[in-house]
Design a protein around this ligand. Structure first.
Ligand code: FE2
Length: 198
């Protein structure tokens, strides 16, 4: 028997060693200076692009930590993209943070005009809202194919869920639909998100 995976989708995760205390100070600093954007977030705070030139008030430590995050993500992304055929250098085009409070969530969305997207968890707690990926072949779900199986695996499950933890970075293809379940804890979840492109 020859098995051929005709379509593959992968997500990638790693743990980053960063100073989350300094990143949280950065978050508070930006939150004090700008009101929230409204994009995929329902509730909570969504910052502007942190590479925007109007973010010119960060302390040296905050800027160093942000630069370190950008650098780690770009190294991670370029390591992944080696598995795809064209090789150019991936760069972060935009990076922002989300602060999500009790019951806040993010509706299903993709990140257009981008190759890889991702999230870095700066502050998490139990039940702070898992990240949920929808399988891209929606026809499987519409055909009730998964109803025939008692054990679900990557051939038949409808969604894949990631539980956030401090220091976890997850990268995924930008076309992959994802959402964030409501934060059921009483402490705010803080995460940075980013898009990488050529
Ligand atoms: Fe997203």
């Amino acid at each position: 028997m020859i098995k051929t995976d005709i379509f593959k989708t992968a997500i990638y995760s790693d743990n980053f060693s960063l100073n989350n205390t300094t990143l949280r100070e950065l978050v508070n600093n930006v939150e004090e200076n700008f009101s929230s954007e409204n994009i995929s977030n329902l509730g909570g705070y969504h910052s502007i692009n942190l590479l925007n030139e109007s973010i010119n008030f960060l302390s040296k430590e905050q800027l160093t930590e942000l630069t370190s995050l950008v650098s780690k993500v770009e190294i991670f992304g370029n390591d992944i993209i080696k598995n795809f055929s064209p090789v150019k250098n991936l760069k972060i085009g935009n990076i922002w943070f989300n602060k999500s409070y009790n019951k806040d969530f993010n509706i299903p969305h993709i990140h257009p005009n981008s190759i890889l997207s991702g999230v870095y968890y700066c502050k998490t707690s139990q039940d702070c809202g898992p990240l949920v990926f929808d399988r891209p072949d929606k026809l499987l779900v519409q055909s009730y194919f998964q109803n025939f199986f008692s054990n679900l695996n990557e051939y038949n499950y409808e969604v894949y869920t990631i539980l956030p933890e401090d220091g976890l970075c997850v990268l995924f293809p930008s076309y992959l639909t994802h959402s964030v379940m409501p934060n059921l804890s009483n402490s705010a979840r803080v995460s940075f998100s980013f898009n990488l492109s050529f």
